[in-house]
Design a protein around this ligand. Structure first.
Ligand code: SF4
Ligand code: SF4
Length: 80
């Protein structure tokens, strides 16, 4: 008990082409433009506030390159 559920959201840099779709579809605005460029030379998304993710799956479904993976993770607050 007492574990915190938090989304572990990852973006595969080798797949993402910086198309911006994830910025538009996430209802929680978790994806924001970063200065990091991928090998296509376009800007990768950064992930902000993953604790606000509602697991709607829109980002995974809508990313044309299948670059996004969202996993529910429970972390214990009483680890020490
Ligand atoms: S939708 Fe997919 S390919 Fe497009 S910017 Fe987001 S992670 Fe990258
Ligand atoms: S699952 Fe939904 S809320 Fe979570 S990051 Fe993806 S689009 Fe945003």
């Amino acid at each position: 008990m007492g574990g915190v559920i938090m989304a572990n959201i990852t973006i595969d840099k080798s797949c993402c082409k910086g198309c911006d779709i994830c910025y538009a579809v996430c209802p929680k605005k978790i994806f924001v433009r970063s200065k990091n460029r991928n090998h296509y030379g376009t800007n990768m998304p950064d992930i902000t506030n993953p604790e606000t993710c509602i697991y709607c799956g829109m980002c995974e479904r809508m990313c044309p390159d299948g670059a996004i993976d969202v996993q529910k993770e429970e972390s214990s607050e009483n680890e020490d």
